[in-house]
Design a protein. Sequence first.
Length: 87
Amino acid sequence: MALETVKSEYLRNITINPTTSGTIEGGVYQEWEELDQLLIQFWITHSVRPRLEYRVGKRGKYLRDCAPSLLPELTRRGLVDLVEVLD
C-alpha cells in the first residue's frame, strides 16, 4: 500500500527484503500478485527495476526458489533482480 502513495517521479529503486518463517500460502499470494502488478506499472512508467533480496540459508533458498511464483509477471519478463545477501 505504501508504494501506491509514493510520488513516483522521485522513485528510483525498489528493494524487496521479504521475511518469512515458513511457506507462503493463501491470501498472502494475492498480496504478492498485487505487488507484482504494481511493480510492472513502475517499470512501464518509470523504468524502475526491482530487486528481491534473500538471505543465504534455508529460508533464503526457499524465497529464491519461489520468487517466480510470487512475482510471475516480473520474472517472466526478466524485470526483477534476485540478489543473494550475506548476513
